[in-house]
Write a protein of this length. Structure first.
Length: 335
């Protein structure tokens, strides 16, 4: 890009900042409800609403209330909701078989939402951690996370979710080769229109702490996830992972966490031009909420600024626990 900057006073950048009208005309990026995906936590029971201590304002909801949440999201114009199950610890095993049970909590929630609010896109989480007695995203043998055996399990899980009516599958496990295996299995089973949003560049991050409380995985997890999630020091590796997953059949690619990794988002979007997403994760949400609840920052304004930053960096949309709050603020003209 060739810069065309005349010296002051020929160019005065403040001319275009003079009024709301001129600022609107020269605004480069926008944030709308179309850019939001709402991650929600589902638990069993009926009429159950359970706060999550480390994520103030976020609750685990039973399936009936998740349907209400999906209705609310659709009414706000939010295009997609993403389901994370809080699994009864009694159902967690070493083989993670509950993950591909057609009637598990996540699959029941998919069916209930698609029956009541067919217009909202339902995204899922494809990873074994909610079902694993070991707390890891993969099967564990002798302390080692098994790659290829895990991919086989993820394929079964994906097919059960597609069967239940999921629109977008979200593999968040970081095993190698899972996108290709999932895509082949989906095609083979006739699920040709099920999209895959790969958590392609997912870092081994401390920002996931509150989420692990929310899905009840903190207690089970032994050790860390550094043998499969990325080293936060790496950037070129993210591009290679994104390219690999696009080649294997991912329709959409994600960078996670979000705000500390805006440089990665920007590189991904400018290199591939593919549909690019970020996950503003639980720890990012918790930091903004906690400061807002203490009166240290203006919560709504920081939230909207953080979401605009994702758009500026190159995201097509953002997974954010703020989705309904952001949608309401945008409808009220506060964006
Ligand atoms: N499959 C695990 C998974 N899927 C989404 C998140 C994190 C989301 C968040 O922190 O909001 C995690 C946590 C992890 O990898 O340990």
């Amino acid at each position: 890009m060739r810069l065309t900057v005349a010296p002051t006073p020929t160019s005065r950048f403040r001319r275009l900042r003079k009024s709301a009208a001129l600022r609107a005309l020269s605004q480069e990026n926008t944030l709308s409800v179309n850019d939001l995906i709402w991650p929600v936590f589902v638990r069993d029971g009926n009429g159950v609403r359970e706060p999550i201590a480390s994520m103030p304002g976020v609750e685990r909801l039973s399936v009936d209330l998740i349907v209400k949440a999906a209705e609310e999201a659709a009414a706000l114009g939010i295009p997609a909701i993403c389901l994370f199950p809080y699994t009864d610890p009694a159902l967690k095993t070493d083989d993670c078989a509950e993950a591909w049970n057609p009637d598990n909590l996540a699959n029941r929630a998919i069916r209930a939402i698609k029956a009541a609010v067919p217009e909202i896109a339902v995204m899922t989480d494809v990873a074994l951690d909610p079902y694993n007695a070991q707390g890891h995203d993969g099967l564990v043998r002798d302390g080692i996370i098994l790659n290829d055996e895990t991919v086989e399990a993820l394929v079964k899980m994906s097919l059960a979710q597609a069967e239940a009516g999921a629109d977008i599958l979200g593999p968040s496990d970081m095993m190698d080769g899972r996108i290709g295996a999932m895509r082949a299995a989906l095609e083979g089973a006739g699920h040709k229109d099920v999209a895959i949003m790969s958590y392609a560049a997912k870092y081994a991050s401390a920002f996931y702490g509150p989420f692990r409380d929310a899905v009840g995985a903190s207690g089970a997890l032994k050790g860390d996830k550094k043998t499969y999630q990325m080293n936060p020091a790496n950037s070129d590796e993210a591009l290679r992972l994104i390219e690999r997953d696009l080649t294997e059949g991912a329709d959409m690619v994600m960078v996670k966490p979000g705000m500390p990794y805006l440089d990665i988002i920007h590189r991904v979007k400018t290199t591939f031009g593919a549909p690019t997403y970020a996950y503003q994760v639980s720890g990012e949400y918790a930091m903004i909420r906690a400061a807002a609840l203490n009166g240290w920052i203006d919560g709504d304004r920081v939230m909207l600024e953080s979401l605009m930053a994702f758009r500026r960096a190159g995201c097509d949309a953002v997974l954010t626990y703020f989705a309904p709050q952001a949608a309401r603020a945008l409808h009220a003209g506060r964006g």
